[in-house]
Design a protein. Structure first.
Length: 295
């Protein structure tokens, strides 16, 4: 347990309806986790989630959910599910939802689809290009293999209602995942076309696209990275300028992924890095507090 003088936000935690997972996805998720069954039960028990956060010294978490029915099993039901879980403590449990730009109702009225998430209490939208099998900039005909114009309406409405957009950048080992869609340079178009949209590049493009993600956050004032799924001991390898970029970084663990036995474990490893107290506070608290103020 840390003894920091400020509360910590872990912006990238996979509190999800694991009962929706396809068997292949379950196999990846459970690999190396003898506590998988108990974790699966905890997913549907917000009191247990909050107790685990207390034990790990974590004040708030981003509960990362998205829609990927074919590859993962997650349907649009994740939005109602996550909103329901977050109601146990909306301040501490930040609900992230998802939308499928191929779904007929989203195609018909993408702004209304975003407004529904707002009404549910969703605080951020997650797009996962490798799992949704799409390019993050597929609203542009000049960039898309598959043209998905609903993304333009989604991003535009997110910008209007000031809901942050999280985009998976980097690879994925889940069955069928198209890792080539994880290139963060696709987010360059989003930064140009939606200059006031708060954008979080999850995982900083790890392992091979970190420099692309860093370029994006240095170019666009409202672009950030989260540090999840990067072993804390390797953070300064992937992001040598972490101290200078601290005002554009959010702490995340990807727990309960295989690289994060507990939220506390990764946090303690992070605190061993050669970073100033000011940089640590920005990463662990201040930036998330700005993007996701208390309700």
């Amino acid at each position: 347990m840390h003894n920091l003088s400020y509360p910590v936000t872990d912006i990238h935690v996979h509190i999800q309806p694991w009962q929706q997972l396809h068997p292949g996805a379950q196999a990846v998720m459970s690999f190396g986790r003898p506590d998988y069954e108990s974790l699966a039960v905890m997913m549907n028990d917000p009191a247990a989630v909050l107790a685990r956060m207390d034990a790990d010294g974590i004040d708030r978490i981003g509960m990362i959910n998205y829609v990927a029915p074919r590859l993962m099993g997650f349907t649009d039901d994740v939005n109602d599910w996550c909103a329901r879980i977050s109601k146990a403590d909306p301040r501490r449990l930040l609900a992230f939802g998802g939308l499928d730009p191929r779904e007929p109702s989203v195609i018909k009225n993408p702004a209304a689809a975003v407004d529904r998430l707002v009404d549910l209490g969703i605080r951020g939208l997650k797009i996962h290009p490798p799992h949704q099998e799409l390019k993050a900039n597929a609203y542009r005909k000049d960039a898309a293999e598959e043209y998905l114009p609903a993304l333009e309406g989604i991003y535009g409405r997110l910008q209007e209602v000031k809901m942050p957009l999280m985009i998976h950048t980097g690879t994925s080992v889940f069955p069928g995942a198209r890792s080539r869609y994880g290139d963060p340079m696709d987010c360059d178009d989003i930064g140009i076309d939606f200059p006031e949209l708060k954008m979080i590049l999850a995982h900083c493009g790890r392992p091979m696209w970190a420099q692309g993600a860093i370029f994006i956050i240095r170019r666009f004032p409202d672009a950030y990275i989260d540090l999840s799924s990067i072993p804390p001991k390797r953070l300064l390898h992937y992001i040598p300028m972490l101290e200078k970029l601290a005002n554009k970084c959010l702490w995340g663990t990807d727990w309960p992924g295989p690289g994060a036995p507990t939220m506390d474990h990764n946090l303690m490893e992070f605190l061993k890095l050669d970073l100033s107290e000011e940089a640590c506070k920005l990463i662990l608290h201040d930036n998330a507090a700005t993007l996701f103020p208390d309700p």
